[in-house]
Design a protein. Structure first.
Length: 271
């Protein structure tokens, strides 16, 4: 599902974070390039990723920082992920937030068909997650409405499954928006069709219980089965197995046969 070009431009204008100082960034980029041992931005990115994969993350950061200052989207994203996870660097959510913000500021109107669209979309999702809770001790305050903007843009324009799931959670919890189970179910369905196991589990449970949507036990059990199988080797996914076990135990034989029929049809459609 995509929003129209006109709507996307309006959203991009609204979403732009404005955290970057353009002239200062240009000066920093010029200074960095003059002092760099790298032949080009591509060379720095290639070196950074090679060093990262080899386990030399200190060298990787130096190379990636050069590419990031020059405006390389992948380098900015990789550094954001590293600081968010404390992966080879000291954990720093504010630095991660600012790297993701650079991507959002520079690529808010990125085509969803572009090669780096996934990176840009993921940056919007990461920003949405930061706005949900804020970053303690920094200028990034809790702002569920802003989180909704980030998730909505990534979900609608890029079709990002994580964004669609997070947007559904906002509507289920009434966080920054009015509670609306039907809207949540629509976003969950879009994410579930892409194989998002958490979305499959939550949607399946809603359909089994009839929680805010018409009850469809067989269809719900199908989604829960897909979620259970997809999350079988995932850490922290026991809640999905528990939901499936409860639904399966309560299901009638007719429900189970119906779920199997839905599952066979779903798998044939995916081929």
């Amino acid at each position: 599902m995509r929003i129209s070009d006109l709507t996307s431009r309006a959203l991009a204008t609204t979403i732009a974070l404005g955290l970057l100082a353009g002239p200062a960034l240009a000066v920093d980029a010029a200074r960095t390039q003059a002092e760099s041992p790298f032949a080009s931005v591509r060379d720095a990115l290639r070196t950074g990723m090679r060093d990262y994969n080899a386990g030399d993350k200190a060298s990787a950061v130096r190379a990636l920082e050069f590419a990031a200052v020059q405006g390389d989207t992948l380098a900015q994203w990789k550094l954001g992920r590293m600081y968010a996870a404390g992966d080879g660097v000291t954990h720093d959510d504010l630095k991660a937030f600012e790297y993701f913000s650079k991507i959002a500021d520079g690529h808010a109107e990125q085509s969803p068909d572009a090669l780096d669209a996934g990176v840009v979309s993921n940056a919007f999702v990461a920003l949405g997650a930061y706005f949900l809770d804020g970053i303690p001790g920094t200028y990034v305050r809790r702002n569920p409405a802003r989180a909704h903007e980030m998730f909505s843009y990534a979900a609608s324009w890029f079709g990002d499954a994580d964004a669609q799931y997070n947007l559904a959670r906002l509507y289920l919890d009434g966080n920054g928006v009015e509670t609306n189970a039907r809207i949540a179910a629509r976003w969950l369905h879009l994410a579930a069709e892409k194989g998002h196991v958490a979305a499959q589990a939550v949607l399946g449970n809603m359909l089994v219980t009839g929680d805010g949507v018409p009850r469809q036990r067989s269809l719900g059990l199908m989604w829960l089965t897909l979620a259970r199988d997809g999350a079988a080797d995932s850490v922290g996914a026991s809640w999905i197995a528990d939901l499936h076990a409860d639904a399966f135990a309560d299901a009638t034989e007719s429900d189970r046969r119906g779920a199997l029929a839905y599952l066979e049809r779903h798998l044939q459609t995916d081929r």
